[in-house]
Design a protein around this ligand. Structure first.
Ligand SMILES: N[C@@H](CCC(=O)N[C@@H](CS)C(=O)NCC(=O)O)C(=O)O
Length: 211
């Protein structure tokens, strides 16, 4: 039985969303961040990072949202759907978008805002870093917007894990008060109407442990 650990956050939503796109029968262990649940002895044995999401599929234990969604699509999707097949240019472009989304729109920007504004009681206040993070996000997101002005999807002519990650991140940005332009708003609204997103979001938010 496949299990996904983690609920309530944008990154855990990515993992649940991909499971729902694939119609997988899986177990959702909706543990939340900063609840103590990610630092129990049992969970640290699964993921010593003490972080969610984590996927367990037989002998495989995988953390990192981008790696999880890509593994799921590689393993359980019809070849060439949800993730481009290995060895083609679209696969390289898919990897490029995933790295870009994780680094430029998450780690360097939204996550800095999360840590030093929303969680400043844990990580400290850093107004200059927040200012730079907001500017950085606004600058980098234009790259995605320009691409989507001319293309329906990030890679090729179908929805892939890259769209799943970007739409999830843009939702997070909206929740943080970023104003998305018309292209990004239409794109996000369209991806978030997918039945798999609606089901996964409901599941991801269904724990009382939201922080
Ligand atoms: N690079 C990881 C980041 C995972 C991460 O930071 N997860 C946060 C929640 S979104 C977490 O588990 N925090 C645990 C805690 O602080 O207890 C990914 O993309 O999956």
């Amino acid at each position: 039985m496949l299990t996904i650990f983690g609920g309530t956050t944008s990154r855990t939503l990515h993992a649940h969303w991909m499971c729902h796109e694939l119609g997988l029968n899986y177990k959702a262990e909706l543990i939340g961040p900063r609840t103590g649940e990610t630092h129990t002895e049992a969970f640290l044995e699964i993921n010593p990072k003490g972080k969610i999401p984590v996927l367990v599929d037989g002998d495989l234990v995988l953390s990192e949202a981008a790696a999880i969604i890509t593994y799921l699509a590689d393993t359980y999707a019809e070849p060439g759907t949800l993730v481009p097949t290995y060895g083609c240019h679209d696969r390289a472009r898919y990897n490029q978008w995933l790295s870009f989304i994780q680094m430029e729109l998450d780690a360097h920007t939204l996550y800095v805002i999360r840590k030093h504004r929303d969680l400043q009681h844990l990580y400290g206040k850093a107004p200059t870093a927040i200012k730079a993070a907001i500017a950085g996000f606004n600058k980098q997101v234009v790259v995605a917007s320009e691409h989507l002005r001319q293309n329906e999807y990030l890679v090729g002519s179908n929805f892939t894990g890259a769209d799943l990650m970007l739409a999830g991140i843009l939702q997070w940005a909206k929740d943080y008060g970023f104003e998305l332009n018309a292209t990004l708003t239409a794109y996000t609204n369209s991806q978030c109407q997918r039945p798999a997103f609606i089901l996964a979001k409901k599941l991801n938010e269904s724990t009382a442990a939201a922080t």
